[in-house]
Design a protein around this ligand. Sequence first.
Ligand SMILES: Cc1cc2nc3c(=O)[nH]c(=O)nc-3n(C[C@H](O)[C@H](O)[C@H](O)COP(=O)(O)OP(=O)(O)OC[C@H]3O[C@@H](n4cnc5c(N)ncnc54)[C@H](O)[C@@H]3O)c2cc1C
Length: 423
Amino acid sequence: MAGDTPELDVVEQVLDWFHDAWDPDLPLLDWRDRLVESGWAVPSWAPDWYGRGLPAWADRVAHAAIRGAGGVATPLGVGMMLAAPTIHEYADDDLEQQLLRPTLTGEYVWCQLFSEPGAGSDLAGLKATAVRDGDTWVVNGQKVWTTSADHADLGLLVARTDWDVPKHAGLTYFAIDMRQPGVAARPIRQMNEHQSFNEVFLTDARVPHDHVLGSVGDGWRVARATLAHERSFSVLRSTSFAPRAAGRVVDEARAEAAEYLKTYEWYPQRAGRPDLLAERSQASGRSADAVVRQRMMVVHELQQASQWTADRAKAARELGRPPGSEGSIGKLALSEVARRSHVAHTAIAGAQGMLRSGHDPLDAVVAEVLVSTPAQSIAGGTDEIQKNILGEHMLGLPREPSVDRSIPFKDVGRSEPRGTRHD
Ligand SMILES: Cc1cc2nc3c(=O)[nH]c(=O)nc-3n(C[C@H](O)[C@H](O)[C@H](O)COP(=O)(O)OP(=O)(O)OC[C@H]3O[C@@H](n4cnc5c(N)ncnc54)[C@H](O)[C@@H]3O)c2cc1C
């Protein structure tokens, strides 16, 4: 990029293209097709793959410029944030050709089929099994906590394909069609009464061999890449359009965002709603209380420090560096903000914080905060797991002791009766 102001150059180029290309009366998918075709959906990717070969920061700058000009940028969610980069990095050309464009346009909704009832933190200990049958793989097993599985078109699936090697070596990563008879998603009702995730039962579900990402047995490496993207991804980062934009494209993007946010409507409460603390303390007349003030200040300090870490991580990503330990630090910081904010809301509201209705509609929001914040330190890898990652990768501490890393997975002791299909 020439010049001293590369961001402004990118803005100028994307707006030149946008003013010619923008047609507010197009259907949303047709507009996104145009966007993908132009290279401005993911300008940091190579020109052969819907990009323009620009630095990583150009994605953010281009999307902001398009939104700012009243247009619609790429979709939100797991497809764009996890599936697209994983496919781009690990799918072969044919699969990439097949899956990328409809993922970038938002036509395909994705979910992440990683966790199982006995394998969350110990993801490499998963047991859902894929067995090859000619050109397809037949998958059996159960996944759990799968956000959006009940309305996803495709799933990022990690399954065991070899029980005779140690646990990390026997996994394969697939893109599986969720709309087939062998896949059943059953929503789980949470203690905050939302239903954003599911149990998923895979019964002789089929995946074509050409839907393997990476190679057979290399699923752990691919899964780690997805997880690294997940740690640096915020589901509620922004919308794909400016609030005051208008036209058919925008109306459809607004409907798409509303549908998407239904799943995530409790996520702000999960994050602790620190933004409500000052207002709630004043409304309740407790803003002069020394304990309340101290608790609110702790949240503020943590938020500031974690914002700087997030900015540092973003700057590193925009310089083209792979996601690193900042993702784990940032994730830990968000858990701490949520926890401390929960404590501050409790100090402000007292027992009233448990009421789901009251004089003020925000009472229900605070009640939801109190039952939603525990999820913040679990989703995407628990706090303890982030600490293990930081200990090993940043501090160089010895790996935590483990008895099952080097023996064939079929020989690892487990509670299920012997004689099951895997023994
Ligand atoms: C809101 C939400 C959305 C989610 N969405 C998805 C999704 O879309 N797809 C998906 O696949 N999964 C999803 N998950 C699941 C999530 O990834 C798992 O819950 C998480 O990885 C923890 O696994 P687990 O629940 O099995 O807990 P466990 O692994 O059983 O952990 C239980 C406790 O033991 C601790 N622990 C475990 N191992 C260690 C260790 N080695 N050292 C120290 N402490 C340890 C944990 O920190 C935790 O406190 C979601 C979870 C939530 C809360």
